[in-house]
Structure formats: C-alpha cells, structure tokens
Design a protein around this ligand. Structure first.
Ligand code: HEM
Ligand code: SF4
Length: 645
C-alpha cells in the first residue's frame, strides 16, 4: 500500500459537518450534478449527436457516465456501453439480445466484467440511443452503470441452484435492483456505491470488497440478512466490516435506503471525491458508530445479528449437482472475460435448448444453469467448439484482468493478453491441474478495476526505464497474499516496476517454489497465498529474483503518480521520482522537469480544478495543502477529478 504521512489525523466524525455552500465551493462535480443532473443527458443525446463527437463538451462526456457510456480509447468517437445485470442472472433471450447488440453495434466484441455485468465497445455516438433502447427492450439497463449511483447489484451466481445456501435470494436481488436502478434519489450519491447480496456459505460474491453487503441468515426461524459495510479497492483498499445487525427480509429496501442515506446526507463525504466512498465513513465512525447513524436515519433500532464468516471457497467452475434432482450447473472459465456476440448467440441457443439460463460471475466467467445431467457431454462439446474448454485449467477462470490498453485511457500496461500469455507459460511448465488454484489479478493502473489487491498475486501496471538507456517499457508492481472468502486479505506489495519482459520469469519462480513446498507438505490446500504469507518480503524477493536473500532496497525518494491520460506530458513515466520535503515541492519538481505537465496541472501556479492531489486516501486539501510534509517512500497521487470508474 502507498505510504502516508506520519501525523495522526482526527477522524472526520469529530469535526463539524460542512454545509452545501462549502461542498459546492470545494467540489466541482457536486456543482455540476446540481446544475446539470447527469441522467438528463439522455434527453440531450439527439443534440449532442447533431453537434458531433469532437464538439461534445468534456462535462457532457462526464454526464454520459451516468448512463454507463464512456469513450473508448483512443478518443476517436466510439463508446463503451456497460450493461447492468442484477446478480449476473440472464435468461437465454437476454443473452441472445446482447449477442445481437454486440454484433450490430459493437464489432462483435464484449467483455464479462468483475461485477457480473457485460460491456460492449466500439459503439458510435449516433447509435447510442438505439443501443440503449435495444438493451431496455431486453429488460436490462445501463442506467447508473457508472457515475455516483447504485451500481450493478452483484450476488452469488448460483443462488437458487445450490444446496448450500440459507435461501434463494433471486427475488431480493430483483426487488432491490427494481427499486434502486435509475432512482433519482440515489443517483446523486457522493461517489459510486456497490451493493452485493448472497446467501451461500462460500460468500463467493466478494462481500469483503463491496460498499454494502447483505449476507443471508436464518435467525429465530426467520429469513433475513446481516450487513457488512465499507469494502473497496482503488488506492485505498478496505475489507468491509460487520455492523452487527439482523434485517428481516421484508425490511431490506428500507434498511438499504437508510444505509445509503446516512452516507449521502453526511456532507463530510461530498467535499473530496478522493475520500467520498462509504468506506471512509466506516473508517471515521467504526461499526458501532455506523450502526448508530443508520438507526438514526431509520428512526428505529435494528435487531442484533452477526454476519457469518465464509465456510468454504467456491469458484463454481466445472460441473456441479444442483439442489434440483437431475440438473447440474456448469461453470465455464472465460480467459480474461473476453467473449463475442457470435459466441453469446451459441450460448443462448444452447441454454434455450434445455430450458436453462446463464449466470455471469465476478471472475469474468459464466455459468450455465439448469443443465440436464444427461446432456453434460454434449454441452461441453458445444462449449469447446466455441473456444470455452472446460479442461483448459481453472487458473484461467480464477484470474482476472482489467479492460486496459485496448479501450481504457488510464492504462499504462497491457493486462488481458499478458495474463493469458503468463498462464499459458505456467500451464506448459507445471500443468493445468497443478496451477489450478492460482488467482492472478492484473490491472493496467492503480484504479484496481480487476482488484489486484485481492489476487494471490496482484499485478498493477506501471512503467520503467530500461537500464542504461532512456527507453521506457511497460512494467508491473507485484503484490502477494491477497485473497477473498476464507482467506480474505489485502495483498502486500513485494516488488516494484518489474519490466514486462521479466515478469513471466518472476511468476514462474514464485509459482515453482510454492508448488515444491506444497508437494513436499503433501497438502493440496496449501495455497500460493499461504506460501507467501509464511515468508518475509526479503525471502520472497530473493525467490522472485533468483538471488541470495539480501535486505530490501529502501525507497529514498518521493514519487508523484501521474494518471494514464497525462502520461504524454511526462515522457510516459507514470511514477516520477523526485526529492522533496512537501507535496508542493514534489509537484513543482515534476512541473520543472515537464513544462507541459505544468501547463496542464498547474496553470496559473495552482492545481487546476480538474485534478486532485492526494496522499494515500487523503486529499491534501484536508491535510496541509501543498505544504503537507512528505517522507521518503511516499506516493503522491494526481487524480483526475472528473474521472469515471
Ligand atoms: C478514474 C477511473 C476509474 C476508476 C477509479 C475505476 C475503478 C474501478 C473499480 C474500483 C472497479 C471495481 C472493483 C470492485 O470493487 O469490484 C472498477 C470496475 C471496473 N472498471 Fe473501472 N475504474 C475507472 C475507470 C475505468 C475505465 C476508464 C474503464 C474502461 C474503459 C474501466 C473498466 C472497468 C471494468 C470493466 C470494471 C468491472 C465492471 C463492473 O463494474 O461491472 N474502469 N473500476
Ligand atoms: S485498472 Fe486502470 S487501466 Fe485497468 S480498466 Fe481500470 S482504469 Fe483502466
């Protein structure tokens, strides 16, 4: 994790809340949302189309996020369209509709996402109204797929199919989606807001890293939910915490409203977008304080309860018996989540042929539900024909890669192709079965869309200079020991800036040493995470570098991290190292080296409103501004205030 200043900070809960006047003064996006509600941009689309892509004001590009429309990279006039799929549950007809939309408007490409949605690319501006209408005609929506909204509601993808759950939560997921998607009262939140709902004992839906997680239990003979709040990724990863309540099933909407309102009405979380997510409210109030705030908003106390811990780990890959006799579900690994409209069409026909459905998973895979056991071989053969080989290896299904280079403006290193290349090499060396449990998460930048913090190995894209030359190449920072479920933990950063040409070798040595030890122990449950957690950084670095154990090299400089869209201003370096004692000195030092950076980020000598400067999770305006002292090893982040995500 990034280093931070050593001074202790007072919790924001102890300080008086700001008023709207201060919020509007400090936060440009809040002003924009007040003056030009982003969801209204849908009605303005004909006018924007008439103007043409080049002439759409940047502010309207941002407002389009609320309809989950973000421009593809490079900014050449095509859009990404993210479809919300509540709980990842889709019918065969919906899959067919998505297939047709991808083929008609999206050059036959689509991506399964880490939050059980599906993304199309290449959509022309003029076609956006038609695409959105087609998506809605299929009973799906893009409303709130990005922006300060309740995002796609995720859940256990095998709810209703598995033996192993308190009860089927499908109706609850549908009801919550129905209530919150597109609801104007929940579309101007301080920041994005992610709900997840599940009932299975594995908690495979990542309640640990969701803003708000409902985990089903039976209490006193009644069906209901416990509540965890405050998980999340990006630069400041947090594991959610149990707030110790039981919510009867019938009260779910009312309590979710109270949770989200307690947060959205507390203006402390609208001052800085770098510190707006509900995880920061949890940091400030703690579980008990949070519960009190929710009860105050609700106007009544909640019953006591305790969120269960996950009991097993489940990735749902392969063939599994359902609760319904004679039926199975089939979990299919989709390397890096890449699919096509043509393949989706085949899946739709297949699922329809036996009256089944399709479930999207947070590992960017899909599950075929309600498959007659007698037809498994046939189903496997059809899947193999379209490139989804169940025997290719579970690691391909357990690993994640973010969107990165092809379509994302922020990316500084390739992810999806790199992940597949890496797993192919590891499979060739050690065998698919041996590395089956591996979960590698690869992100193209610190935004952590593919959650590198919770991969057993996490790779975050960066750049590095080739030794002895000025040439820069793509590289990865490497974290180890992250996990979800029974091994939930935020990974620890082990190596910085491993060049792309060397990363496969590093992976091979770490994986090889882990497998050696696992085999020595004869313990199949001994994971790579366990292996890493039992060793010091120095030891692991030595394994990774194929070297003797030496003391880790201390960081002596301060780094200013520059986001992808600004890389051209700083010669392609995403992490500029400087010697500085304060934030201001560091940013100035970068500006001295790169005049174009100065012109964009510091026009007129102060930081432009389009950017925030932060240390770890703290907007420096909440510290001592540009005078905030920094220590060696600190990362100072330049964040695009208008960025989506
Ligand atoms: C400031 C910019 C961005 C930030 C901070 C950001 C951050 C995130 C985070 C934290 C997640 C979800 C991890 C989780 O909690 O499950 C996520 C999901 C995702 N992001 Fe981003 N992201 C940004 C921009 C983008 C862009 C520009 C793209 C692609 C063009 C992108 C693609 C995705 C995808 C595909 C997912 C999973 C989708 C889903 O929610 O269903 N992100 N992003
Ligand atoms: S992690 Fe970074 S590079 Fe990857 S999709 Fe998210 S914003 Fe883009």
């Amino acid at each position: 994790m990034t280093a931070t200043t050593t001074r202790t900070r007072r919790s924001r809960a102890d300080r008086p809340a700001p008023d709207w006047e201060l919020v509007y003064k400090r936060n440009y996006i809040e002003r924009m949302k007040r003056d030009r509600p982003p969801l209204d941009v849908r009605d303005e689309l004909p006018e924007l189309i008439a103007r043409g892509y080049e002439d759409i004001p940047e502010e309207d590009i941002v407002r389009l996020y609320w309809w989950a429309l973000a421009h593809d990279k490079p900014k050449m006039g095509t859009f990404m369209v993210r479809v919300k799929v509540a709980g990842g549950l889709v019918t065969a007809d919906q899959v067919r509709a998505l297939a047709r939309i991808a083929r008609t408007y999206g050059r036959d490409e689509a991506e399964l996402t880490t939050r059980q949605g599906i993304q199309l690319h290449w959509v022309e501006l003029a076609q956006l109204p038609a695409v959105m209408a087609d998506i809605e005609a299929a009973g799906l929506t893009t409303n709130g797929g990005e922006g300060d909204t309740v995002r796609n509601i995720t859940g256990c993808p095998v709810t209703g199919l598995t033996h192993d759950e308190a009860f089927d939560v499908t109706p609850v997921i549908r009801e919550v989606a129905e209530h919150f998607y597109g609801n104007a009262e929940f579309s101007n939140l301080p920041r994005k807001h992610k709900y997840t709902i599940s009932a299975c004992t594995a908690q495979c839906n990542a309640p640990e890293i969701s803003d708000v997680a409902l985990i089903a239990v039976e209490q006193g003979g009644r069906e209901g939910f416990t509540l965890r709040i405050g998980g999340g990724m990006t630069n400041t990863p947090r594991i959610s915490r149990d707030i110790g309540v039981f919510i009867p099933r019938a009260d779910v909407i009312e309590v979710l409203e109270a949770v989200t309102n307690a947060w959205q009405r507390d203006l402390r979380y609208r001052i800085s977008r770098a510190k707006a997510r509900i995880k920061f409210m949890m940091d400030d109030y703690g579980p008990e304080g949070m519960r009190a705030k929710i009860e105050e908003t609700l106007g009544r106390p909640l019953e006591d309860g305790a969120a269960p811990e996950p009991k097993v780990d489940a990735d749902h890959l392969g063939v599994h018996e359902q609760g319904q006799p004679g039926l199975v579900y089939v979990g299919v690994p989709v390397p890096s989540g890449r699919v096509t409209g043509t393949k989706l069409e085949v899946l739709a026909d297949l699922a329809e042929s036996y009256g089944g459905d399709v479930r999207l998973t947070r590992q960017q895979n899909f599950i075929l539900g309600n498959v007659p056991a007698s037809r498994v071989d046939e189903v496997k053969a059809v899947l193999r024909d379209i490139g989804f080989d169940l025997d290719r290896g579970r690691a391909f299904g357990r690993s994640l890669a973010c969107t990165s280079h092809r379509f994302c403006n922020y990316s500084v290193a390739e992810t999806k192709g790199k992940l597949e290349e890496m797993l192919d090499e590891l499979t060739a060396h050690y065998g698919a079965e041996e590395i089956g449990d591996l979960a590698v998460h690869v992100d193209g930048c610190p935004h952590a869309c593919a959650q590198h913090w919770v991969g057993e190995i996490g790779l975050q894209g960066t750049t590095t200079r080739v030794e002895g030359s000025d040439e820069r190449v793509e590289a990865y920072d490497l974290t180890v020991g992250g996990g979800l479920g029974t091994r939930s933990a935020i990974g620890r950063r082990l190596l910085r800036r491993v060049p792309t040409t060397e990363i496969n070798g590093v992976m091979d040595r770490l994986v090889g040493s882990w497998l050696d030890e696992r085999n020595r122990r004869g313990d199949i449950d001994f994971t790579l995470g366990d292996f890493c957690n039992a060793r010091t950084d120095e030891h692991l670095i030595a394994i990774a570098n194929n070297a003797e154990v030496t003391a880790a090299r201390p960081d002596t400089s301060v780094a200013v991290r520059v986001p992808g869209p600004l890389l051209s201003l700083v010669g392609g370096e995403d992490r500029v190292e400087v010697q500085a004692a304060t934030v201001g000195e560091a940013v100035e030092a970068v500006a001295d080296r790169f005049p174009e950076f100065r012109a964009t980020v510091l026009p007129g000598g102060t930081v432009d409103r389009a950017f925030l400067v932060a240390i770890g999770d703290e907007d420096v305006r909440g510290l001592e501004g540009m005078a905030t002292p920094v220590q060696p090893g600190t990362d100072i982040l330049i964040i695009a205030a208008l960025s989506g995500g």
